[in-house]
Ligand binder design. Structure first.
Ligand code: SAH
Length: 356
């Protein structure tokens, strides 16, 4: 919604509202460089996650004049319910002489009822988070949607530009934080589609790479709902690439293996043969593995991998907050998780991790 080209680098912006509409607006403002403070009684999971990670500030009540006065731009992105409970934010800003605009958010999807039009579900892989890395087909599906069911790692800033009637539902899973159970997500997708709506399930990366996309396809099929999958740019390859790291390189390494690190090598739930992986001679790309990295390093070293093997951890790939931490297997095993390394991150283990 914010006009493209507005320069907001370092500009303090106050956003009132904690729903999915506010989320999209906040992420879009951040992409323009703004310092965002969000004010709401309740936040959707992805917004709460941004606050917990220190990327967005959370303000006191918007009625407090100093909150408005500390801003150079005020955005009213509240849902109708939030608006009915709070003050007139635009009026407060006007009195303080601060530019402000309001958004219509959290529309109720206006799809017809079953029988009039067949609903459908499209799983859209959104890429690593930069709106420019969504595919053309994914973009078209998004713009044709009545309902968007989104994750936090998708390029959510795009949702701020959707027509006001589009209903956005945030079902983000936060590591060790809030989450919507998969069965509930499946139920939401199927229910909206059965009411004749075009539903987009919007995910980070590719839906079939640790995305539980196939489970959602099955749930739709079982309910007789037409379902389509639009491939996405997976973070496994693109996030290292955005940091300048090629996962293969002629003369260096002839392949790469992508594994989930959510279960450490010594965890009984792990089904990965880490010994074989250590000897495979490929680059190892670890997703969902920040906390378990030191135990992964120990396992790879025990299986004979060189202790000087370079490791690169790329956080927030494709986002303004992207950062790379470089280390070695030996340092990881000895010192634990490097200072400041937090999810989401893609970790690359192998000689290519020293390139940039
Ligand atoms: N389906 C996704 C992966 C989902 S699992 C894909 O294909 O990319 C979630 C993990 O993906 C995170 O724990 C992190 O390891 C990785 N990830 C996704 N987006 C990322 C980003 N922008 N920056 C860093 N890591 C990311």
């Amino acid at each position: 919604m914010t006009a493209p080209g507005w320069r907001l680098a370092g500009v303090p912006v106050l956003v009132a509202g904690g729903g999915a509409g506010a989320l999209a607006e906040v992420v879009q403002l951040r992409e323009r460089g703004a310092d965002v403070t969000v004010v709401a009684h309740e936040l959707v999971p992805a917004l709460e996650d941004l606050v917990d990670r220190g990327l967005v500030a959370r303000g006191a009540d918007v009625t407090e004049a100093e909150v408005v006065a500390a801003s150079r731009l005020v955005v009213d992105a509240r849902t109708p319910a939030e608006r009915s409970e709070g003050p007139d934010v635009l009026q407060l800003a006007a009195v303080a002489g601060i530019p402000a605009y309001g958004l219509e958010t959290d529309g109720q999807a206006t799809g017809q009822e079953a029988g009039e039009r067949a609903g459908s579900v499209v799983l859209v892989g959104g890429g690593p988070g930069d709106p420019g890395l969504l595919t053309r087909r994914g973009y078209d599906a998004l713009w044709a949607a009545d309902v968007v069911v989104t994750d936090r790692l998708a390029p959510v800033s795009l949702l701020a530009d959707l027509p006001a009637h589009v209903e956005v539902v945030d079902v983000s899973k936060i590591p060790r934080g809030r989450f919507t159970p998969q069965e509930e997500i499946n139920r939401v997708l199927v229910e909206h589609a059965l009411r004749g709506r075009r539903v987009v399930r919007f995910k980070g990366g590719d839906s079939f790479v640790f995305g539980r996309g196939y489970e959602e396809v099955l749930a739709c099929r079982e309910a007789g709902v037409p379902v389509e999958v639009v491939p996405g740019v997976t973070s496994a390859v693109s996030v290292p690439e955005l940091a300048g790291i090629p996962v293969t390189n002629r003369g260096t390494v002839q392949g790469f293996t992508v594994v989930s690190g959510h279960a450490a090598p010594d965890d009984p739930r792990s089904t990965v043969d880490w010994d074989a992986l250590a000897r495979a001679g490929t680059t190892i790309v670890v997703l969902m593995g920040v906390e378990t990295l030191p135990r992964i390093a120990v396992a790879l070293l025990a299986a004979g991998r060189d202790d000087r093997t370079p490791v690169a951890c790329v956080m927030d790939g494709g986002l303004p907050s992207m950062r790379t931490v470089r280390t070695t297997l030996a340092a990881l095993a000895a010192d634990g998780v490097p200072e400041g390394l937090v999810p989401p991150a893609v970790t690359v283990v192998g000689d290519v991790a020293a390139l940039s």
